[in-house]
Design a protein around this ligand. Structure first.
Ligand code: PEP
Length: 259
C-alpha cells in the first residue's frame, strides 16, 4: 500500500479563533476517513501564534500539527526565535524548513537550513525540508544542479535513519502561489532525480530509501490526483488550497483513492 503525507502550509493567514474553527470543521469532515486509512497522514502548519490553540482542538484527531519555521539553537539570546524543543513541548510533530519564501525574503542559507534540520531531528520533530528552482534556473537548464546543491547541504553525513526521517518537499519556486503547477510528468521526472540523488548521497544502493518526497506548487483539488498518481510523488505541501476545507479534503481523498 502506498503511504502519502498531505501537508497544509497556512503561511501568515487566519486569526487564532478562525484557525480553531477551521480545524474543527476540517477534523469533523475528514477525521473518521483518516482513521480508516492509516497510510494517509495529514498535517496542518499554522503560524506560531495559532499552534497551541490548534493543537488543543486536535488532541483526539488524526490530523497532526506542524510549525512553519524554527531556529537551530535550543536556548539563549535569540530575540524573536523559537527553538525546536519548544515546538516539541507543545505537541508539534512536523516543522517546515527552507521554504522558498524563507530563503528569498528572509535570507536563509543552505547552511542555516542544514543546522535547523539537525536541530529538529535531535528532538524528534520531522522536518519538511523544502527545495526548488526558480524559473530562470529551470529555463537555463540548472534545475538539477540547484536541487543537488540544496540536498547535499542538508543530507551529506547523515545516518540512514536520519535520511529516512526527513520529508522533502520539492517546490518549484515558479509554481508556488502562481496557479501554475508543474505537470505531473515534469514533477515525476524531478522527483525521480531527487530519489536517485538521495541514494547516492546516502550511499545506499541496496536499500530503497523510504524518505518521502512531496510535491508543492499550486497543488489543488483539480490536479492532485494526477500528481499523486506518479510513483515518486509521496504527497503534497499545499499552500492556498489548504485554506479551504473542501479543497484540502478533496486532495486528501485523492490520496486515499491512490493508496
Ligand atoms: C507553498 O507555499 O508551500 C505552496 C505550495 O503554496 P501554493 O500551494 O499556494 O502554491
Amino acid at each position: 500500500m502506498r503511504e502519502f503525507l498531505i501537508a497544509g502550509n497556512w503561511k501568515m493567514n487566519m486569526l487564532p479563533t478562525q484557525a480553531k474553527m477551521f480545524v474543527q470543521e476540517l477534523s469533523g469532515t475528514i477525521d473518521e476517513t483518516l482513521h480508516q486509512n492509516p497510510t494517509i497522514r495529514t498535517v496542518v502548519c499554522p503560524p506560531f501564534t495559532h499552534l497551541a490553540g490548534v493543537i488543543s482542538e486536535l488532541t483526539s484527531s488524526e490530523i497532526a500539527v506542524g510549525a512553519q519555521n524554527c531556529y537551530f539553537k535550543e536556548t539563549g539570546a535569540f530575540t524573536g526565535e523559537v527553538a525546536p524543543s519548544m515546538l516539541k513541548a507543545i505537541g508539534c510533530s512536523y516543522c517546515i524548513l527552507g521554504h522558498s519564501e524563507r530563503r528569498s525574503i528572509f535570507g536563509e542559507t543552505d547552511e542555516m537550513i542544514s543546522q535547523k534540520v539537525k536541530a529538529l531531528l535531535a528532538v524528534s520533530v520531522t522536518p519538511i525540508f523544502c527545495i526548488g528552482e526558480t524559473l530562470d534556473e529551470r529555463e537555463s537548464g540548472q534545475t538539477n544542479v540547484v536541487l543537488e546543491k540544496q540536498i547535499r547541504a542538508v543530507f551529506e553525513g547523515l545516518t540512514l535513519e536520519e535520511v529516512e526521517s526527513i520529508v522533502i518537499a520539492y517546490e518549484p519556486v515558479w509554481a508556488i502561489g502562481t496557479g501554475k503547477s508543474a505537470t505531473p510528468e515534469m514533477a515525476e521526472e524531478t522527483h525521480s532525480f531527487i530519489r536517485e540523488l538521495l541514494h547516492s548521497v546516502a550511499n545506499q544502493f541496496g536499500h530503497k530509501l523510504t524518505t518521502k518526497i512531496l510535491y508543492g506548487g499550486s497543488m489543488n483539488a483539480a490536479n492532485a490526483y494526477d500528481l499523486l498518481s506518479k510513483p515518486n510523488i509521496d504527497g503534497g505541501l499545499i499552500g492556498g488550497a489548504s485554506l479551504k476545507v473542501q479543497d484540502f479534503t478533496s486532495i486528501i481523498t485523492s490520496a486515499i483513492s491512490l493508496q
